[in-house]
Design a protein around this ligand. Structure first.
Ligand SMILES: Cc1ncc(COP(=O)(O)O)c(C=O)c1O
Length: 263
């Protein structure tokens, strides 16, 4: 599978490079990151991803300057150009101030593919708000693994769904396309915002209100790589899956992504 890695701007053949062994990314799990993808082989939403990465880095006291942002921008273009098809792109900034930019073949089959979830309790931390896209996710990974599902939907102490391991959550209730608000408990997904804009663009009513658990007509996880993925199983029971509202929004989202990419 074609891959291309840069460490602090330098090529890393075979994906190998040297990081100091006392980098806090290794010793404490302190790192922030972004996952992007290309449409028409052009990275999608670079400005939004860089703004979020900068905010995450500043929150965690990880080095962030205009020069670093500029380097990442050109490195993303370099690694994407090295992959002959659509690519998945990653940027990771370590606590020690190092930068990894990576591209690999994009697995197109994940976009819109059905997912299985479980719900589990989670109290968001004021010391590490949901807006920060950090790598310290071991508890979340283990929760999903132990539940035997693709992702867990987190239930806050007030009983509302917040987000999932690597995704935002959308439901359709009464024909309205709803997702939880950006209230510090979720990552404000780049895809989430683009999906809301696509829905409004085709006249689908949207809401960003707290999302009580309960019945809905359609249920989705939403992210860069999944786009809008129907939930077909929840807590061991059949999920509502997808339907006409999500299908229309996803088609409009993809149309817009291709236009933005000039494809
Ligand atoms: C916790 C969490 N929420 C939401 C998302 C979706 O974000 P995006 O649409 O920017 O990929 C992600 C993506 O990795 C995530 O990790």
């Amino acid at each position: 599978m074609p891959q291309c890695f840069l460490l602090d701007g330098a090529p890393c053949p075979d994906g190998r490079g040297a990081l100091p062994l006392d980098d806090t990314a290794l010793t404490l799990g302190m790192a922030v990151f972004e996952t992007l993808r290309t449409y028409g082989r052009r990275p999608f939403g670079v400005d939004t991803h860089l703004a979020r990465l900068g905010a995450s880095a500043r929150f965690c006291d990880i080095a962030w300057t205009d020069a670093i942002a500029g380097s990442i921008r050109s490195e993303l273009a370099t690694v994407a150009a090295a992959i002959p098809s659509e690519s998945k792109l990653n940027v990771l900034l370590t606590g020690g101030g190092h930068r990894i930019v990576k591209a690999e073949d994009l697995d197109l089959s994940r976009a819109g593919a059905p997912v299985r979830v479980a719900t589990r309790p989670w109290a968001p931390s004021p010391w590490l708000p949901g807006r920060v896209k950090h790598t310290s996710r071991m508890a979340w990974v283990l929760a999903a693994r132990q539940a035997g599902v693709d992702e867990v939907i987190w239930v806050a102490p007030d009983g509302v769904w917040t987000e999932a391991n690597r995704s935002n959550v959308f439901v359709v209730r009464g024909g309205v396309f709803c997702t939880p608000p950006d209230d510090g408990r979720i990552l404000q997904g780049v895809t989430r915002d683009a999906m809301l804009a696509a829905a409004l663009g085709i006249g689908v009513p949207v809401c960003e209100d707290p999302l009580p658990a309960g019945p809905c007509e359609e249920l989705y996880l939403c992210s860069t790589l999944k786009e809008l993925a129907p939930v077909v199983e929840i807590d061991g029971y059949p999920g509502p899956g997808g339907g006409p509202v999500g299908a229309a929004v996803l088609a409009e989202f993809r149309r817009r992504a291709r236009v933005m990419a000039g494809a």
